[in-house]
Design a protein around this ligand. Structure first.
Ligand SMILES: [Zn+2]
Length: 371
């Protein structure tokens, strides 16, 4: 490593180990020194990151990407952009840069800390998010939901140019609809101040916080679902479950379930699946509940090509195929509650969800995390 990146490591670990800001691998950071950008490598968690979790990239090489023309076809385009991104690494680098490296590169500040906090996504995933953001954060740049990767970076780049024309300075706070926030500054102190301000302003604007008081679900029903999951998904250990007041309200019927029935952000798709499987309580009236459940699991997999990662059982609890899926689903519940302060929930649209589901880069990240 050419430069001292101690401060970058410190700020990454600090935000990475604070659950208000970061869940699992979510979020990434970077530091620019002269012509080099150190950006988080794909598949590393911020909480315990060391120098090997960062990739050095050449800023001039990354900048050259903007002088190229890429194919219209999204798969072909992302493949070529990825190849150019890999070729932009400093000589000798072997790690794969974060899928968001291109975005980091175009933000003209030394430090960039990009996170997906639930409270921020309560704003970015809400019906009146854009107008609320304009009121609460007049300095911020709001980016609408577009395909991730090249298109997102290009959208931000164009919006930045527009912003600079109007404000005679660069945007240092960027809110991405259905995604998260980029905070940029030349010092760590400014980064910290900006995040503190964001959190304070949002805390004051939230009319209701999620209620995570634990409730006890029907043990016999839980046992039946566990048995069906063990038969279908394998394993001997009980699968992780959650039951709390916030969820109970939402598990009462399909209508109340609507606000947690799809994906708010790419991270939610990657970890807890694009949608949970809803199981009606009538399943417990069946003679052989376990077989009926297994049939439902099977049908979901046939219909969607992937098994359900989250199983939401009416008036019972939410079951997950692993801890990561559970954690991110809990985040979905938080985001849903926070959106109530900003006109109600707004999921990613079907096109965006499909784009992510088919995106090779995201599946790579999911695999890395699973290892
Ligand atoms: Zn992100």
């Amino acid at each position: 490593m050419q430069h001292d990146i101690t401060k970058l490591l410190e700020v990454s670990r600090r935000y990475g180990s604070d659950a208000r800001y970061v869940l699992l691998g979510g979020g990434n950071t970077s530091l620019k020194i002269d012509d080099v950008m150190y950006v988080k490598a794909s598949g590393h968690a911020l909480a315990n990151i060391d120098a090997s979790g960062f990739v050095a990239m050449s800023l001039p090489r990354l900048e050259a990407i903007w002088n190229k023309t890429y194919p219209e076809d999204p798969t072909q385009r992302e493949k070529e952009v990825l190849a150019d991104m890999m070729a932009s690494r400093s000589d000798g680098e072997t790690a794969r840069p974060s899928v968001e490296a291109l975005l980091h590169a175009i933000i003209p500040f030394r430090y960039v800390v990009h996170l997906h906090p639930a409270i921020v996504n309560g704003l970015t995933c809400s019906q009146s998010g854009k107008t609320a953001a304009a009121r609460l954060f007049p300095e911020a740049l709001w980016i609408p939901l577009v395909n991730p990767g090249y298109i997102l970076a290009k959208t931000v780049r164009d919006a930045q140019a527009e912003y600079k024309k109007k404000n005679a300075k660069d945007a240092s706070l960027i809110l991405l609809q259905n995604h998260g926030v980029f905070v940029a500054a030349n010092t760590i102190q400014e980064i910290d101040q900006c995040y503190k301000d964001i959190m304070d302003i949002l805390q004051r604007s939230i009319v209701r916080k999620p209620i995570f008081t634990v409730v006890k679900p029907n043990a016999a029903h839980v046992a039946l679902v566990q048995k069906a999951m063990q038969t279908y998904y394998g394993g001997k250990q009980p699968y992780p479950i959650i039951a709390n007041r916030e969820l109970s309200t939402r598990l009462s019927n399909l209508e109340s379930f609507a606000s947690i029935s799809s994906s708010y952000t790419p991270d939610h798709i990657v970890y807890s699946g694009f949608a949970p499987l809803w199981v009606d309580k009538t399943v417990f009236f069946a003679k052989d509940t376990v077989s009926v459940l297994i049939e439902l699991f099977k049908n979901f997999e046939i219909e969607h090509g992937v098994p359900a990662k989250i199983i939401a059982v009416q008036e019972t609890a939410v079951f997950a195929i692993n801890e990561a899926a559970l954690l991110l689903f809990l985040d979905t519940v938080k985001v849903a509650a926070f959106t109530e302060s900003f006109g109600g929930p707004r999921f990613m649209d079907a096109n965006q969800i499909n784009f992510i589901r088919n995106w090779e880069v995201e599946s790579y990240r999911a695999n890395m995390v699973a290892k």
